[in-house]
Design a protein around this ligand. Structure first.
Ligand code: ZN
Length: 178
C-alpha cells in the first residue's frame, strides 16, 4: 500500500502519513540536518510496536531486518510506528524504517516533518508550567494580603485546570484513534 507523504493516515484528519515508501514509487531525496537524523533515531528507538514486520523495499538483501548498533545492543527497525506531533494538532505517523530510508536511501521527508522532529511540541508541559506559575503568584499575593488580586488569580486556576482536562481528553482520544 502506497501512502504519499502528508496524505491522511486513518480517519483522523489531523494524522498524516510520512515515509511510507514503496518500491515502484519515486520519493524525494536530498540532504537533511545531522541533528534531524540523530533525533529521528532516538524517536524510532521508542517506536510503538505493530503487528507484522516490514522490510526495506529498496535494499538488495531485503530479506534482512535493518539492524543498528546502539549502546551495546542491536536495534531492529521494521516492526514499529512513530508519531511526531507538529504544529496545530497535526501528528505525523511514520514507520520506524524511516530512519533507514533517510540514512541509507537519502529519503528527504517533508520540511514540516523535519521541523516537527527538530522542535518537538511539549504543550502539556508548557500548560503545567503556566498553572504552577499562576498558583505560586496567587499564594504570594495572599501572603502579602492583597486579597482581591489573589481571588482573581485563584479563580484562574480552575479555568486552567478545565483547559488541561479538555486537552488531556482530546489527546487520549487521538492516541486511541488509529
Ligand atoms: Zn534499504
Amino acid at each position: 500500500m502506497n501512502r504519499p507523504d502528508l496524505s491522511p493516515y486513518g480517519d483522523s484528519p489531523s494524522r498524516v502519513s510520512v515515509g511510507w515508501l514503496e518500491n515502484g514509487y519515486s520519493f524525494p531525496q536530498g540532504e537533511v540536518p545531522d541533528k534531524f537524523t540523530e533525533r529521528l533515531f532516538r524517536i524510532c528507538l521508542k517506536s510503538r510496536k505493530t503487528r507484522g514486520f516490514h522490510l526495506c523495499p529498496f535494499c538488495p538483501q531485503s530479506a534482512k531486518a535493518k539492524t543498528y548498533f546502539y549502546k551495546g545492543k542491536n536495534i531492529s527497525f521494521g516492526s514499529g510506528e512513530i508519531a511526531v506531533r507538529g504544529k496545530r494538532w497535526k501528528t505525523y505517523v511514520a514507520p520506524d524504517l524511516i530512519y533507514h530510508y533517510v540514512v541509507e536511501h537519502q529519503y528527504k521527508p517533508p520540511g514540516e516533518f523535519i521541523e516537527a522532529v527538530l522542535h518537538p511540541r511539549r504543550f502539556l508541559t508548557f500548560d503545567f508550567a503556566i498553572l504552577a506559575i499562576l498558583l505560586c503568584v496567587g499564594l504570594l499575593v495572599i501572603t502579602f494580603n492583597h486579597l482581591q488580586l489573589a481571588t482573581i488569580l485563584l479563580m484562574l486556576v480552575p479555568v486552567a485546570l478545565c483547559f488541561l482536562i479538555i486537552i488531556g481528553a482530546i489527546a487520549i482520544v487521538r492516541l486511541r484513534k488509529k
